[in-house]
Design a protein. Sequence first.
Length: 186
Amino acid sequence: MIKYLLDFIFPPLCLSCKERCLTKFLCPDCWQLCALPDPTTRCRHCFEELDQRGNLCSQCRTKKLLPVARGRVFDPASPSYYLGRDAVDALAGFAIYQWIQLEWPTPDTVIPMPDSHSLTIGRAFAQILDVPLARALSLDCSYKEDRLEEDQELLLFDVDNSLEKLEKGAFSLSESFPKRIYLLTL
């Protein structure tokens, strides 16, 4: 009874469009906008939209933006941005689902970008995959020595960092001589 009274006085609102809704966090229309992008329609290197000429975008055919393969869990304009820290497990679940769609190998280690949001969701992501999480990057995205072993498959987990920071982090992780580095951006 108290819940109904509170919902009447303070109706639950969608975090994105601020419309009244009965679902948690987002209204049904905004949840639809959170659909995961299809990896088959994206550049296999930077995850931007493909043109009609192959599996790389025009930018990556001339010069790759990042030194590692990148996947995105959501499009940048998705209302999922509003979920924030309230839905860490849900965001990690979305990331797992997209990682499966990308058909990437299971990483030996998950490395979050050095910000608290990437660390929080990256930790939940690594826990679901049952792989270790290594804080191998300092705040300036340089590699912290002896945090990783050679010849590993690494997954760099990012929530919302600039291309420059991602590039610096990927280059500095290459100092550990990994087999391969993948980048998954939420």
